[in-house]
Design a protein around this ligand. Structure first.
Ligand code: FAD
Length: 333
């Protein structure tokens, strides 16, 4: 039996999970990822000096049984660890929190396990030719595929596949909020900081975390990440990066009882599509040919758990439709 060639757009939690399941069923999926590495919003910025900032999801909270089992396995294989931060003002999050080791994307990286992945390869368009899909990349690379799974955030997916199927109306219903983040390294390690993490439920600032306080990170200096709240981020979405850095540093200095001069590395990152506010509440979308799919956290909710389960479900659907290689078993959980 010849299994279809599956192309996956995006190497975030949904895309990598989907690819890993397909691989374990005997498929040879190929991933196209526009950025330089794996992880998507599970992102860590590393400095040459060894310090790092988790500037996307600051932690992962396992909610569903299947995702919790996946995280437990990642912990047993030293790709993740429990993080029990010292919260400013007491416990601010219910349940256990996890982080990737040594970087947030570690829980996905080891799953790539030989899967053909093209980084810095942005998919520009998708078109149909006979029974196949032609995936055209920005740098002129083109690929012929039998099945496509697009795991880009819904608004980006809409630009790629909205006109190809009856997806546009559903994709337009998804609401995703932005998040400006500011990164700042404290020039000297002070006495232990007053907290590892601080949260404000409804305000300009959503969260401040110290990546150096996480397990498995060998950072000499405190590396603070400030996540601005969604409303503030939305109001300032098109502001200059420098303005955001300046404002963020002033806020951090105030919260930490420091001055702006106490930080020797500063930066900002804008996540235009950070969190799912309204999901479609179905694990994935599929067209009538059962060869074009959309998946991602935005199908089910705002967490890595949701992205994982969306990727898992779409892979299981493909295996259900097209079969598996003899003597293979799905092994992700
Ligand atoms: C600031 C912030 C805070 C968060 N906090 C939490 C939290 O506390 N807990 C939690 O569980 N989750 C949190 N999340 C959400 C979590 O990170 C996401 O739910 C999850 O990582 C989404 O995975 P995904 O695979 O669906 O999408 P993504 O991780 O966005 O992956 C999609 C991938 O597709 C790629 N791509 C897009 N378009 C193209 C194209 N045209 N061609 C090629 N590649 C393309 C992108 O580069 C990206 O790598 C947070 C996210 C952010 C940004």
């Amino acid at each position: 039996m010849k299994l279809p060639r599956v192309g996956i757009i995006g190497a975030g939690a949904a895309g990598v999970t989907c690819a890993a399941i397909l691989q374990s069923a005997g498929y040879t999926p190929v991933i196209f990822e526009k950025s330089r590495g794996v992880g998507g919003r599970l992102a860590t910025r590393r400095l040459g000096s060894g310090e790092m900032f988790d500037h996307g999801a600051p932690y992962i909270s396992g909610k569903s049984d299947i995702f919790s089992r996946f995280v437990e396995r990642a912990i047993s294989e030293s790709h993740a660890a429990i993080w029990a931060p010292w919260w400013r003002g007491g416990d601010a999050r219910e349940g256990e929190l996890f982080v990737g080791i040594p970087t947030m994307n570690a829980i996905l990286k080891h799953q790539l396990n030989g899967i053909e992945t093209h980084f810095q390869t942005e998919v520009a368009s998708i078109s149909r030719s006979g029974e196949q899909w032609i995936l055209q990349c920005v740098d002129d690379v083109a690929a012929q595929l039998d099945v496509i799974v697009c795991t880009a955030p819904a608004p980006q997916a809409n630009r790629l596949v909205g006109s190809r199927a009856d997806f546009a109306t559903t994709l337009e219903r998804v609401k995703m909020s932005p998040c400006w983040t500011v990164l700042a390294r404290q020039a000297k390690r002070p006495q232990a900081p007053a907290f590892d993490a601080a949260a404000w439920p409804t305000s300009e600032i959503a969260l401040v975390t110290n990546t150096s306080a996480k397990p498995g990170r060998s950072c000499a200096l405190n590396c603070w990440t400030l996540h601005f709240g969604k409303d503030w981020s939305f109001s300032n979405l098109e502001a200059e990066r420098n303005e955001i850095v300046q404002h963020g540093i002033a806020v951090l200095a105030r919260i930490l009882g420091l001055s702006a001069e106490d930080f020797d590395y500063t930066s900002a990152h804008r996540w235009r599509y950070a969190r799912t506010e309204e999901a479609v509440q179905t694990p994935f979308l599929e067209d009538e040919t059962q060869s074009l799919y959309c998946a991602g956290d935005w199908c089910l909710g705002p967490y890595v758990d949701n992205a994982f389960r969306s990727g898992l479900c779409v892979a299981e659907k493909i295996v259900h439709c097209h079969g598996r290689a003899p003597s293979t078993a799905t092994s992700i959980s």
